[in-house]
Design a protein around this ligand. Structure first.
Ligand code: HEM
Ligand code: HEM
Length: 340
């Protein structure tokens, strides 16, 4: 198929809109742990399927260009490969193929490939610009955009329909897109860390929890914290693509910290150096857990103590906590996603 120039231009413009939209909705689907995630997840699925819908047209643009071997064609091929890996792993995750081997999940490869694609995408779009010629888009541009949008949503509905009719595991995904793993049975929960963190071997006898408030610093022992028997049923929903509902037991952060007047955030630090900062308004919902399902936490799940942050995605549930400190910095004074 050889495309007329206007159709080639529409195809490239379609990708120029869809790929950044996929990145933005993907990031939102990843960050949000409340019901609002539904919108990001549905939009992300539809946008992703919109990209798939353009593959035949884009192939017709790329084929002749590839034969001419324009400067930079190898990086365009790299981009295409990463986008294909991203699409395939996106669908693998959705259908319920969680593990890909080498300790990697479909979701990790999905996000990794998409993020690697981003700089190549920017290079590609800058090196092969498509001028938006008219002030007003033409009728065919609008029709094309409307058809693509409708087709993408229908495509998303079709994927969901197939999952349900086929009784596939993907039909039981949570509203964040995550699959259930080990609810009520913590030993069956995957052990996942953010990027390069390793499970530390901590000894309950030497472990201390530093608590910093306006009244100064305190150091608590394991026994001081393990007496906490406040119970919360809460769902941990990991960005690795799984979730589990558990009964967590421990000491409420509100009880550890006492009055918070004057503070704007609370920083929770891990023995690994990892940390997350929360708004003080979250404190009543946060629990420092020492037990799950009635048993002490396992090392992989945060022994001696981990944070339980209901409604927030797993990367907020800091494990191996060694310090909690009230602070006058705003909670958003941190990277939206941890960098290490
Ligand atoms: C998922 C995103 C995209 C992929 C995988 C992709 C892939 C490719 C490939 C493999 C080629 C042929 C090799 C080359 O000439 O570099 C190509 C050509 C081209 N692409 Fe893309 N592309 C994407 C998005 C875009 C976007 C957003 C634009 C414009 C804003 C664009 C504009 C072009 C143009 C103008 C050509 C050259 C056509 C020619 O010389 O005849 N592409 N693309
Ligand atoms: C080029 C960029 C991307 C494309 C084309 C893309 C495409 C897709 C596709 C086609 C699916 C399957 C959707 C379905 O059938 O419902 C998917 C799922 C998913 N993607 Fe992406 N994605 C991209 C980037 C990202 C990024 C950067 C993130 C996170 C930071 C992300 C997170 C997710 C999540 C959480 C799901 C599962 C959603 C569900 O279960 O319905 N994606 N993606």
């Amino acid at each position: 198929m050889r495309l007329e120039p206007a159709a080639a231009r529409r195809t490239n413009l379609g990708l120029l809109a869809l790929v950044p939209a996929a990145m933005a909705t993907g990031a939102a689907a990843y960050a949000i742990g409340t019901r609002w995630a539904t919108w990001a997840v549905v939009a992300h699925g539809a946008v992703g399927i919109g990209v798939v819908a353009l593959v035949p047209w884009k192939s017709a643009v790329a084929g002749p260009a590839l034969r001419r071997r324009r400067a930079g064609y190898a990086s365009s091929l790299g981009l295409a490969a990463l986008v294909v890996v991203g699409l395939v792993t996106g669908f693998l995750h959705v259908t319920g193929v969680r593990r890909l081997g080498f300790g990697l999940t479909s979701m990790q490869v999905h996000v990794g490939a998409s993020l690697l694609a981003l700089p190549l995408f920017v290079l590609h779009a800058v090196a092969r610009p498509v001028p938006v010629r008219r002030a007003d888009p033409g009728r065919r541009d609008l029709l094309g955009a409307a058809a693509l949008g409708a087709g993408a949503l229908l495509g998303w509905g079709a994927v969901e329909g197939v999952l349900r009719l086929g009784g596939l595991p993907g039909a039981r995904r949570r509203f964040t897109g995550s699959h259930e793993r080990g609810s009520g049975q913590p030993s069956a929960m995957p052990v996942t860390q953010w990027l390069d963190d390793d499970v530390p071997a901590l000894d309950a006898d030497t472990w201390r929890l530093a608590v910093t408030t306006a009244d100064g610093d305190r150091r608590l022992r394991y026994a001081d914290v393990a007496v906490g028997d406040d119970r919360r049923v809460a769902t941990i929903d990991c960005t690795g693509g799984w979730y589990a509902e558990q009964t967590w037991e421990g000491v409420p952060l509100a009880a550890l910290l006492g009055p918070t007047a004057g503070a704007r955030s609370v920083l929770v630090r891990s023995a690994t150096g990892y940390s997350r900062r929360f708004p003080v308004a979250d404190i009543p919902h946060l629990l420092l857990a020492t037990r799950v399902a009635g048993e002490p936490l396992s090392p992989g799940h945060g022994f001696p103590a981990r944070l339980v942050a209901p409604g927030r995605r797993g990367f907020w549930w800091v494990k191996w906590v060694t310090a909690v400190e009230l602070s006058d910095r705003p909670w958003w004074w941190q990277s939206p996603f941890p960098l290490t």
